[in-house]
Write a protein that binds this ligand. Sequence first.
Ligand code: NA7
Length: 530
Amino acid sequence: MTMEKIDVVIVGAGFAGISAVYKFKQQGLKAVVFEAGSGVGGTWYFNKYPGARCDTHSMEYSFQFSEELQQDWEWSEKYATQPEILEYLNHTVDRFNLRKDIKLNTRVEKAIWNQSDSIWEVSISSGELFLADYLVMATGCLSKPNFPNINGIDTFSGEVFHTSRWPEIKPDFTSKTVGIIGTGSSGIQCIPIIASEAKHLIVYQRTPNYSVPARNEGLSQDFVANIKSRYRLFREDNYKQGFGLNLPLNDVSALDVSEEERNKVFEKQWQKGGLGFLTSFNDLLFNMESNYHAQQFIRNKIKTLVKDPDVAEKLMPRTPLACKRLCVDTGYYETFNRKNVELVDIKTNPIDLIKSNSVIVGNQEHVLDTLIIATGFDAMTGALTNIEVIGKGGVSIKDKWKTGPSAYLGIAISGFPNLFMITGPGSPSVLSNMVPSIEQHVNWISDCIEYLRNKNFTSIEADLNAQKSWMEELNEISDQTIYPHCQSWYLGTNIKGKKQAFTAYLGVPPYIDRCKEVVESGYEGFSLSK
Ligand code: NA7
């Protein structure tokens, strides 16, 4: 067996792994990225379903580590498509000559912390073993697919596609009857497109979701030139906003204005499109009554957009707005006005059985050619617990997190020295603009490694007490919000047997300050050893 000693092993070649390997190489570290996929891109490599696109503005959902890159790259639309994002990531990899540092089709099978040598022993799918001073988990928040456990699903003999494992060759839906299970962001993005191609589309909806129109458009030269003329400042300003996104908050309570004024503000945001709907007022995420007004506004929109009142009623969510991730769509609700689209409520009547060519719901049998599974992910922790990572005392992350995930700053885990997570549980991650959050973590980890090497420390480990207080603080914040008030992947309730826990830190600016303070205090909350 070959055994190579390097400085850093990075797991995953999405936005996080790519920016990490770039940064570590810049500081002179020997780093390698292992990626299970056959191409770079992580979630943007695997989620190739029709209509997949980012719902953060493209000029914000991009790297800032190279001024030249951000000046040169031309995004074509306000919301970039999956192919364009993948092209961007491939361009970045080639531009900075990173391809040779990324081993594709390679899965990290196991990583064991060797306490006596202060080193990670990393086994990969080829059978090779790597020894690394540091292990960086760039495994993504939404990467391990969730497959539904529906009676008979394995017996379906037609085509089956999971949105997050979409095939390279585009499936042909023409003259086919297609069924889709799941109406989260993935379902909501692909349903209008598949509906326009298929002979018949049956949408199996368990819980209706709120969606706001994207109002996607091409980017004008003036708009692009304006941002590019002040890109660095634009990025800095965005880091100062709650979600780290350029979504200016209307700092007024929805309860402090008249109904007429409230609806005027909601309407303005609805017409503007996108996630800015959440910042229409300052308390939509904190006050149920304010949130209710926003819910009502969207329910009324659904009533107007969907012609059949029964279908409209079924599409209306009753949960707090944004408690499940708010979706952004192009023509989603209108799609249910098409004659070839049928909505089946599987909350009231769950799917009883899937047979070789059909789905049985109550006394109805729907004969299908194709079944699409849009049931999301084992989010936040799934990719981390999927790998056998064994820390001090022979304990794995999976075992450690059986009672719920816990991490310090969302970067480190007590009992796992020299292991860093990028946008791990406990950091703003999915409640922020992912790419800048990734880069903030990469910079923090890079500085930390530099510090350790300069001071001859061989290991760094999060203190259990610091970790506990951090998670308590996170929970105190989230308990003041609407997030714990419905079943969602934010809480992990979509995965059977998973311990319910909210793991995203709300508030990018205070989070960044805390990360800085930890460094300035000489890594408070960590134990450093020589
Ligand atoms: P989501 O948002 O988790 O949506 C999954 C959907 O699948 C949702 O409607 C679920 O209903 C439904 N689902 C899940 N399991 C089942 C079973 N067993 N039976 C029927 N329906 C089921 O995943 P997405 O991929 O759409 O989006 C994930 C994130 O990626 C998204 O928020 C963006 O941030 C990017 P439920 O609500 O659980 O009743």
